[in-house]
Design a binder for this molecule. Structure first.
Ligand code: PLP
Length: 458
């Protein structure tokens, strides 16, 4: 048996494989406040509940307590009345799978089990909606977005709606460009037709209400709009909880009932699942509750003001360096391209990556967007604005790194050979974005699957 010390050493060295979000160098993945008091509270809450199982809330009663508290908080943020109920899930994807499954159950009741329902959503919707449609056997129908605003085109949604439509899904905001879909117009239309509308506020649900309280104009997206039937919002994004907590809210108990899976006929324990998952730890819920309790409304408001300050400072600094926003700025997301074209974006991304900044790079999309950088702004970024902008200026005034030049020329000559280098270059994000532009989608998907098998092989 290895000594405890050896195991600990290996754990520590594995943790060094990961970036440290508290440095403020990550512009995605971890929604970092930079506050050690919150990080400590989350760790302590988490470890206190490490050996728990939310499978049976009649045995583990803390699961009920935390879920009620978390759903209550989310409901207030989402402008929900007392009628609004909800379920805590393990993340945005699980909430969305559950929302789509709920719509399917509702559709089946209306149209019978043999009818195949459809999910209509704009091209900017998070892929978990397509994934959920795929898992539940619904057909996914993509509608177009406005080129300038990157918002769903209501006319196009309407054209795609039929008596087969089981659900319309919209974003508040969408991940790629950060804009909020015209939920009001679409939901009013859908309500007339009796079609449910899910709002994916996984990103915005915990922060946009505080933008509004800061006096910022936020397009309406929540339960204050009559036709909105469910909303997903992630406590593990701008709720600042560790990963493993999202909330799916339903307009009323009737919708929630459609989401629940029950099997009381099997020979084992009574099987009543409100979420997709069955056994799961209560630890993430305890940590989310601790953060929400410590922060309270004022704490969240203050953190939202840090996000706005950091976002505006970063945007104005990058604008002076020639970057331009691809869409109206309505959320903590910036998606930017450069006046001088793609090569500046690539060079910027490469040099910033070499300096340890983890920045998103989004591919060119025909008739929608050129290659662009993506920044999710978090409260911690208020501290690093100066350093970030100094590095940004130097990145743009430096030459193209030699190894990037070599990689780009190989991509042009032989994209498949270049693809084999994923995971081995300093410029994986660039390699992937460029490959997505040059390879047919089917081939790229097949290669991605092979790569995913390969990298996880023991
Ligand atoms: C808009 C939006 N919806 C849904 C999700 C899925 O959330 P998760 O990664 O927690 O499953 C994300 C994740 O980035 C997102 O940005």
């Amino acid at each position: 048996m290895p000594l405890a010390d050896d195991v600990m050493k290996k754990l520590l060295s594995a943790s060094e494989m990961d970036p440290d979000s508290s440095t403020g160098r990550l512009f995605a993945y971890i929604y970092e406040t930079g506050r050690e008091d919150l990080a400590r509270a989350a760790r302590e809450a988490y470890s206190l509940f490490i050996n728990t199982n939310a499978l049976d809330p009649l045995v583990f009663k803390s699961a009920l307590y935390f879920e009620r508290e978390i759903v209550g908080w989310a409901r207030r943020l989402a402008g929900g009345s007392e009628e609004v109920v909800g379920t805590v899930t393990s993340g945005g994807t699980e909430s969305i799978i559950l929302a789509v499954k709920t719509a399917r159950s509702h559709f089946e009741k209306r149209e019978g089990r043999s009818a195949v329902g459809e999910v209509v959503a704009p091209a900017t919707i998070h892929p978990s909606v397509k994934k959920a449609s795929h898992y539940t056997g619904l057909r996914y129908i993509e509608s177009r977005v406005e080129r300038d605003t990157k918002k769903a085109r209501v006319e196009d949604l309407k054209e795609n709606v039929s008596n087969k439509t089981a659900l319309i899904v919209l974003s508040a905001p969408n991940y790629p460009y950060g804009t909020i879909d015209p939920v009001k117009d679409a939901a009013e239309y859908a309500a007339d037709k009796g079609i449910p509308v899910h709002v994916d506020a996984c990103l915005g649900g915990y922060i946009l209400p505080f933008f509004e309280r800061l006096g910022i104009d936020v397009p309406e997206f929540d339960f204050r709009i009559e036709g909105v039937t469910s909303i997903s919002m992630d406590a593990h994004k701008y709720g600042y909880a560790p990963k493993g907590v999202s909330v799916l809210l339903f307009r009323d108990a009737g919708w929630k009932k459609e989401s629940i899976f029950v099997d009381l006929a099997w020979p084992g324990y009574p099987f009543i699942n409100t979420a997709v998952l069955s056994s799961r730890s209560i630890a993430p819920l305890a940590a989310a509750w601790a953060i929400q309790s410590l922060l309270g409304e004022n704490g969240y408001l203050e953190l939202a003001s840090h996000v706005v300050e950091a976002r505006d400072a970063i945007y104005s600094g990058l604008s002076r360096l020639g970057f331009e926003s691809l869409a109206p700025i309505e959320s903590p997301i910036l998606s930017l391209t450069h006046q001088s074209g793609e090569s500046e974006v690539l060079k910027f991304h490469a040099v910033m990556s070499e300096r340890g900044w983890v920045i998103g790079l989004q591919p060119r999309v025909k008739n929608l967007a050129p290659l662009n950088i993506h920044l999710t702004i978090m409260p911690v970024h208020k501290r690093i604005v100066g350093e970030f902008l100094r590095d940004a200026e130097e990145a743009l005034s430096s030459g193209v790194p030699e190894d990037l030049r070599a990689l780009l020329s190989q991509l042009e000559r032989d994209p498949l050979a270049a693809a084999l280098k994923i995971g081995e270059t300093k410029f994986d994000a660039i390699l992937i974005a460029k490959l997505l532009e040059s390879l047919p989608e089917d081939l790229a998907s097949e290669m991605a699957k092979e790569l995913a098998v390969e990298v996880f092989k023991p």
